[in-house]
Write a protein that binds this ligand. Structure first.
Ligand code: A2P
Length: 222
């Protein structure tokens, strides 16, 4: 019996190849190391953490999780809504196991998560589930009006007790603010790009040079 008939995976997504995983992790670490030393970050620390701390070591604050990937469809072994329909899509079947170049266009940090925004190409959008942004509407109402692919991201770390799926919601919140015309408070031009503050402990670094990341479209059974 083929595996796909017995069960669906935990999720489908693009899995970064090992070399580029290291590069992305290093870039993220460098960013966190710099961010928590900035005066602007210290000034907004009360927005970042409710604890009455004077300093935060962001590298300790976030726990890294497994292999870096950009989830397309969370299937929960078939229990998630639309899992079977997604697995049956012709693009998913045709492109399963293929190599892609993902474009990482920004890094973001919130009191809950740290992640990278993935800007999907037209081809990559054929693998993006139609309901990915709508699923977030109960938590991020403005997600209803954001373009398909807005939620695409790589989770780089989560604060203690925070689930990985939060990263996509945090990204959507920032993009919703941008769409409303809030450009964020430009804080600093960093070597990696420009850093902006969006309130409530939300930081976005738009990369000067997007990071191109080789990735394989596949799935994880976990
Ligand atoms: P993300 O894609 O934001 O990193 P877990 O380890 O919690 O089982 O999750 C496995 C992967 O599936 C993670 O990458 C996670 O988040 C993603 N994920 C978990 N739950 C959901 C969900 N309800 N919707 C979308 N993605 C999810």
């Amino acid at each position: 019996v083929p595996l796909e008939e017995t069960s669906l995976p935990l999720f489908f997504g693009w899995f970064l190849l090992p070399g580029i995983q290291d590069k992305v992790r290093c870039t993220s670490m460098d960013f966190l190391k710099t961010l928590d030393t900035l005066e602007a970050f210290k000034k907004h620390l009360p927005d970042f953490t409710v604890e009455a701390e004077k300093e935060v070591d962001l590298e300790q604050y976030f726990q890294a999780n497994g292999a870096l990937h950009c989830t397309t469809k969370f299937c929960d072994y078939g229990k998630a809504e639309g899992a079977k329909e997604y697995a049956d899509k012709s693009a998913v079947k045709e492109l399963y196991g293929s190599a892609f170049e993902l474009s990482l266009s920004a890094l973001f940090v919130t009191p809950r998560t740290v992640g990278a925004r993935v800007s999907l190409s037209e081809d990559q959008l054929t693998l993006w589930p139609a309901d990915a942004e709508k699923e977030a509407v109960p938590l991020v109402p403005a997600a209803a009006t954001l373009p398909a692919g807005s939620r695409a991201h790589i989770t780089l770390g989560c604060a203690e007790g925070v689930e990985a799926k939060q990263t996509g919601f945090d990204l959507l919140e920032i993009l919703a603010l941008q769409q409303e015309g809030q450009e964020g408070e430009l804080v600093e031009e960093m070597e990696l790009g420009s850093l902006a503050y969006y309130g409530k402990g939300r930081w976005l670094l738009s990369l000067r040079e997007p990071v191109s990341a080789q990735a394989c479209f596949s799935s994880l059974y976990g």
